[in-house]
Design a protein around this ligand. Structure first.
Ligand SMILES: Nc1ncnc2c1ncn2[C@@H]1O[C@H](COP(=O)(O)OP(=O)(O)OP(=O)(O)O)[C@@H](O)[C@H]1O
Ligand SMILES: [Mg+2]
Length: 208
């Protein structure tokens, strides 16, 4: 049986990751291809508990502790959900993955990038394709205000932090052009979805 493809969606707050993950998983399903849509931090009952700790505005973590919590949640998610699905031939679409840890805890909060990469190596699973949704912090702020829900711990961080995160995602995409595609996320939702489908067709050879 062929292994499934592992596709991740990355980008800053409100860039459209969840919207596009839903649309992409829908396109797989419509084509009759087995697909699992999941998200990080989270994706297992234990990792969803860690997610709640990470997003709680009442808590504070050092950048290293925060990185390790993301790593703990990811280790669970990969071992119990993502890897078994891929090995069973199911394609996996994941809303955020290891690039978010590099962009947020590394570029954003100053945690050592080499240490984060070492942690990713321990977990030992890299995406086949990563769609990086690129959105300016000002537009991100506008979208989150329009969505109107209470801000989580990350959404409370300032514009300078989000500018570092955006620069980080751009640097990560530039460092791994064979894996990553940087997509302008201010474009119309359907147009963004079209670019994602084109990338999945061209790079993974799937007919969606
Ligand atoms: N291309 C787009 N143009 C305009 N608005 C969009 C676009 N894509 C998504 N939105 C809207 O922006 C908001 C954020 O989208 P979404 O929740 O998909 O982003 P996200 O990257 O998952 O955010 P978060 O980082 O908070 O999880 C939603 O209200 C969504 O409807
Ligand atoms: Mg989301």
């Amino acid at each position: 049986m062929a292994r499934g493809w592992f596709i991740t969606l990355e980008g800053g707050e409100g860039a459209g990751k969840s919207t596009q993950a839903r649309r992409l998983a829908g396109a797989f399903a419509a084509a009759g291809l087995p697909v699992l849509a999941t998200r990080e931090p989270g994706g297992t009952p234990a990792a969803e508990r860690v997610r709640a700790l990470l997003l709680d505005p009442a808590l504070a973590w050092t950048p290293l502790a925060e990185t390790l919590l993301h790593g703990a949640a990811r280790a669970e998610h990969v071992a119990r959900v993502i890897r078994p699905a891929l090995e069973a031939g199911t394609h996996v679409v994941c809303d955020r993955f290891a690039d978010s840890t590099l962009a947020y805890q590394g570029y954003g909060l100053g945690c050592d990038l080499g240490a984060i990469a070492t942690l990713a190596g321990l977990i030992g699973l890299a995406p086949d394709l990563t769609l990086v949704l690129d959105l300016a912090p000002a537009e991100s702020k506008r979208r989150l205000a329009a969505r109107g829900a209470g801000a989580d711990r990350y959404e409370r961080l300032g514009t300078a932090f989000f500018a570092r995160v955006q620069d980080g995602f751009r640097a990560l995409a530039a460092q791994a052009p064979e894996r990553c595609l940087l997509i302008p996320a201010a474009e119309d939702e359907t147009r963004v979805a079209g670019r994602i489908l084109d990338a999945v067709r061209a790079r993974l050879g799937l007919s969606l």
